[in-house]
Design a binder for this molecule. Sequence first.
Ligand code: ADP
Ligand code: ZN
Length: 226
Amino acid sequence: MAETTTTPAVLILLGPPGAGKGTQARMLEERFGLIQLSTGDLLRAAVAEGTPAGLAAKSVMEAGGLVSDEIVLAILKDRMERPDVKAGVILDGFPRTAGQAEALDALLTAGGQKVSAAISLEVDDEAMIDRVAGRFTCATCGEGYHDTHKQTAREGVCDKCGGTEFKRRADDNAETARERLKAYHAQTAPLIAHYRKMGVLETVDAMGSIDDIASALGTIVSGASA
Ligand code: ADP
Ligand code: ZN
């Protein structure tokens, strides 16, 4: 039988904590029907469920370090086996080390796929600490807010859904954010060269407005999945 389906897109969002990967991934999901795959979210779910992987990851995450490749790869592979990813994926927060990038290349090659585009969100370090340290989300709908840059219109009430409960990640404080930024520069930033060599690197200035960044990403993704 002839192969009629086009290969699903595999997009990678690279960038330090606070660069806006999650926000942009959710917008790309809606616009292009892709599935956001955040290893941070998958790990937080494992921590909340108290699985063995979650128990091992908890203290590392709270200190701002990187969880071992072994745990992250096991969690990611598991998620990649679910049928919904067939539409194409946006990898948010993965790969984060050279070992993870190589494992991803091997996994995709085995499935007859490849990375469509690796998009580096370029931002300024100090601004990232400030963004991360002040952020919180609505516990009901997940809308993101910030203590100074994006407050709710009515104090304590979510603009989107009217929810009154909010949550803050345990690692979203200035001290841990600095550690996460260090881990990014030491272990993740070198992946930019890896994807440049593969000819799939795109860079986006991510210091602008959410809408401007979304439109720059939209242009790249339209080209990459064509
Ligand atoms: P951010 O990008 O804002 O730092 P994430 O939600 O992506 O946040 O990740 C939170 C934490 O989860 C990281 O600081 C790290 O401890 C762990 N983590 C997430 N993804 C990975 C990964 N691919 N490899 C190792 N650790 C990871
Ligand atoms: Zn809400």
